[in-house]
Ligand binder design. Structure first.
Ligand code: KIV
Length: 284
């Protein structure tokens, strides 16, 4: 049985912190689930850390569905959340319903995430009403990067802090089962967490959220184009990969790879037969 949104909500009541990670492919999903992650987000960060875009804005539904399917095949127990890309839930409700349904039906996800507070509340209410669990996402919302003027901490001032608390309450009231708080000051994240019955999942939001989410490539030290302040590298795989690939290159060049250990054998007398046949056919 997969982890359910009820179990995730109960984790808050039991004061059990919720570890969530992103994944974009079969192998990673399998490994992080085996390590015990109950909640996997197929984030639209895919665009930056896997596809090489400069922001999450170019990411399409097709790309998200493709990667969601791979993650669902890799992780059989975790709750999988598909991240709705830029402008796939704003145009009108039927568009939002159609795209969210694709994540569930085609992608095999169990929930979707969308960015924004009050402005998306009606959409959240409608999706939840149709049986699609929704995770909210407020604070720094990367799909609004041009509007926000960059990847900056949100809610440091009184007005914006008030708005974020209000957005969180509205999302909860609309039926969201959890809310990502991205790049919000720790004291504000703590207050929002205390005021909600549903879990908050922080990224750059301090230690007092009900859970934490990290982009897997940041955690593994795989993506070095930009490492945000809130990311902790638990490994430095980029360096290890480069060292491994350099060793491979030099062994191929020096013919020390492959050896007999990586090669297949056969009855070598057959080679003599084939070689002499080849010689004869050349003579004809
Ligand atoms: O796309 C993503 O990876 C996200 C997380 C940062 C929460 O939205």
């Amino acid at each position: 049985m997969r982890v359910t949104i009820t179990e995730i909500k109960e984790m808050k009541q039991k004061k059990e912190n919720i570890p969530m990670l992103t994944a974009y492919d079969y192998v990673t999903a399998k490994m992080i689930e085996e390590a015990g992650v109950p909640l996997i987000l197929v984030g639209d960060s895919l665009g930056m850390v896997m596809l090489g875009y400069e922001s999450t804005i170019p990411v399409t539904m097709e790309e998200m569905i493709h990667h969601t399917k791979a993650v669902v095949r890799g992780a059989r127990r975790a709750l999988i959340i598909g991240d709705m890309p830029f402008m796939t839930y704003h145009i009108d409700i039927s568009d939002a319903l159609h795209n969210a349904a694709r994540f569930i039906q085609e992608g095999g996800a169990q929930a979707v995430k969308l960015e924004g507070g009050e402005v998306v509340a009606d959409t959240v209410r409608r999706l939840v009403g149709c049986g699609i669990p929704v995770m909210g996402h407020i604070g720094l919302t990367p799909q609004s990067i041009h509007q926000l003027g960059g990847f900056k901490v949100r809610g440091k001032g009184l007005e914006e802090a008030r708005k974020l608390l209000n957005d969180a309450r509205i999302l909860e009231e609309a039926g969201a089962f959890a809310i990502v708080l991205e790049c919000t000051p720790a004291p504000l994240s703590k207050l929002i967490t205390q005021k909600l019955a549903i879990p908050t999942i922080g990224i750059g939001a301090g230690p007092d959220c009900d859970g934490q989410v990290q982009v897997i490539s940041d955690l593994l030290g795989l993506y070095s184009d930009f490492v945000p302040k809130h990311a902790k590298q638990y490994a430095r795989l980029a360096g290890e990969i480069k060292t491994a690939v350099s060793s491979y290159i030099s062994e191929v060049k020096s013919r020390s790879f492959p050896t007999a250990e990586q090669s297949y054998t056969m009855d070598e007398s057959l080679i003599d037969v084939i070689a002499s046949e080849a010689k004869q056919s050349k003579c004809k």
